[in-house]
Design a protein around this ligand. Structure first.
Ligand SMILES: [Zn+2]
Length: 74
């Protein structure tokens, strides 16, 4: 079963959730908003896929890996 990491854009909580297929509305366990962006668990996943929000600042880099610059992605 695929477990994806999500980041809540409202309260900043990171959480993991089982997702079957493409779950359209992932709810934050803290604030129960659905303004959550899926973090790619692997850097080689397509970052070009539009996530929920780009307001977090930048957003172009891969937020799913531990590296800040994520130079291994590209
Ligand atoms: Zn939240």
């Amino acid at each position: 079963m695929p477990i994806f990491e999500f980041h809540c854009n409202d309260c900043g909580t990171d959480f993991e959730k089982l997702v079957f297929g493409s779950d359209p509305a992932v709810e934050c366990p803290e604030c129960h908003k659905t303004n959550c962006a899926r973090l790619m668990s692997a850097c080689n996943a397509k970052v070009g896929t539009k996530l929920t929000a780009t307001s977090g600042g930048g957003g172009a880099s891969c937020t799913g890996c531990a590296a800040t610059s994520c130079s291994t992605c590209h």
